[in-house]
Design a protein around this ligand. Structure first.
Ligand code: MN
Ligand code: MN
Length: 504
């Protein structure tokens, strides 16, 4: 039997659609799931992407990727590779396993929603492959994390983290519920494939994989780069959706991109920022988080915006300023609230690291050096209690991360910035103006309460640190403690405080 060549059938197969006779279009593509808004229904016929993968090709390629990822994994199982990894680097991977594995699972559902409610057959077709991709990512991430459970119970959180109310999980759940679970297909294509996957996953999956290789973690590097090859393909659903949306409703397009760029940047400052600038051993760092952000996110994002005729987001100056602040503050916060984490946080401020941080971030010593010194002095004098939390940090009502952005005001004084607003008799607090603005515009959609609000509402009992840790699902064998047994602190007793060094 003669087979048709791929070019002869693919255009028809990918673009096949129905003219509905027995039901209204609105019944099949209801607004709340499809989200066409001001875009005329016919406009979606123009939707076009460049990959045009067919099912047989897809399966063949994916099979190869799976084979090579698992081949490397099983070869490394017989080696001592895991034992030689730095504890700080292991923490970066634990953070990834727990923070990402089930988000890949959520992304399966997100892709399936677009596969059902996307407004063009080519789009729905591509989303099917996207859903298969995300299923693979969930499974491979869980499997790679699972391998280490017998060596270290924190790896159990690869699967467990999203089934708890740990504050990191609550923050990520709030972000991804808004990005994927609650969104209609059009908004989702702008939020997930365009804003999140085109820009940010590169940072975690390509840039961090470079650090992983340097740190000797071939297994992890191999896993995340295998995942990224899929992301690079299915993220192409974003561009064509944005193109059509911009044409008919530029205001919605701009707002949706701006909002999820901001919220993604906050989450990456909490996880990827510390992984790159603190958890990766200093001698293995390829570039600083800021340099990666500039190269992978800012240049690319600005190009994407102007390619589609969009403007710079309204918060641009605040965002750029945050590149020197957010992740440093969050790293200190993660370390300080270490019992609340499923990994061992890294202070990352021994002498060599401080030198590196000051080279990469000229303001680091002024803003953070003296705070770490106080912590180190408490450690060195045996006053460990002073280095452990007695209360919860105030959490931002939008990103759910600690409100801990430290900077110096015009008066030269250290301040932790807090932005608040009153609504329906409640005062809400935010880490930044950006978060406050997004919350205000979207206030009717949002329903996640922060862990601090839950605490104040009496949902967490008993109302003390053990009660909070219990609520978050943390058991003594898992609670985070300093990754390097506080050895770094001794480097502070040998050096002068900043500002007093050098002759006058
Ligand atoms: Mn994925
Ligand atoms: Mn994806």
């Amino acid at each position: 039997m003669a087979l048709l060549k791929r070019e002869e059938w693919q255009g028809i197969v990918r673009d096949v659609d129905w003219t509905l006779k027995y039901v209204d279009d609105e019944a099949v593509y209801p607004e709340w799931h499809s989200g066409t808004g001001k875009v005329p229904r016919d406009a979606w016929q123009k939707w076009e992407e460049s990959y045009k993968v067919s099912y047989p090709d897809y399966v063949a390629t994916q099979r190869e990727k799976e084979n090579s990822a698992y081949a490397v994994q099983s070869a490394l199982k017989r080696s001592k590779a895991f034992e030689t990894l730095d504890e700080g680097w292991k923490s970066a991977t634990k953070m990834h396993f727990g923070g990402v594995a089930l988000v890949e699972g959520m992304a399966t559902l997100a892709e399936l929603k677009m596969a059902r409610f996307g407004l063009s057959p080519a789009w729905r077709n591509m989303s099917i492959f996207g859903a298969l991709d995300e299923m693979r990512h969930t499974q491979i991430t869980l499997l790679f994390g699972h391998e280490f459970v017998s060596k270290d119970p924190q790896y159990d959180w690869s699967h467990k983290a999203f089934h708890t109310n740990d504050w990191v999980t609550v923050s990520l759940r709030s972000l991804f519920d808004a990005m994927m679970t609650g969104a209609n297909a059009v908004d989702m294509a702008i939020q997930l494939p365009l804003t999140f996957e085109t820009g940010f996953t590169n940072l975690q999956f390509v840039a961090l994989s470079a650090d992983a290789l340097e740190a000797g973690d071939i297994n992890f590097a191999n896993m995340i780069s295998s995942i990224q090859t899929d992301e690079a393909r299915h993220s192409q659903q974003g561009g064509p959706t944005l193109e059509i949306l911009v044409e008919h409703d530029p205001v919605r397009a701009q707002w949706t991109v701006d909002k999820f760029f901001w919220l993604s940047a906050r989450a990456f400052a909490a996880l990827t920022g510390p992984s790159m600038d603190y958890y990766t051993p200093v001698e293995h760092r390829k570039q600083s988080y800021r340099e990666f952000m500039e190269e992978w996110i800012i240049d690319q994002f600005m190009r994407t915006l102007s390619d589609y005729g969009l403007k710079k987001p309204w918060y641009w100056d605040e965002f750029m300023e945050g590149l020197d602040i957010w992740h440093h503050s969050l790293n200190m916060g993660l370390w300080f609230w270490r019992p609340t984490l499923w990994w061992k946080p890294v202070a990352g401020v021994d002498e060599a690291s401080r030198q590196w941080l000051n080279e990469k971030y000229p303001n680091w010593e002024t803003v953070y050096g003296d705070k770490w010194r106080v912590i180190a002095e408490n450690i060195n004098s045996g006053n460990m209690e002073a280095t452990l939390p007695e209360t919860l940090p105030w959490l931002c009502s939008m990103c759910h991360l600690p409100t801990c952005n430290a900077n110096y005001g015009r008066d030269g004084k250290w301040r932790v910035r807090n932005y608040s607003l009153k609504h329906n008799g409640m005062t809400y607090h935010f880490c930044t103006k950006g978060c406050r603005q997004i919350w205000w515009e979207d206030r009717d959609n949002l329903n996640h309460t922060t862990v601090v609000e839950r605490f104040l509402l009496g949902e967490i009992q008993p109302m003390d640190v053990p009660g909070v840790l219990g609520y978050m699902g943390l058991t003594p064998d898992v609670m985070g403690d300093d990754a390097h047994n506080y050895h770094w602190a001794s480097s502070f007793s040998q050096s002068e405080p900043a500002g007093t060094a050098g002759g006058r």
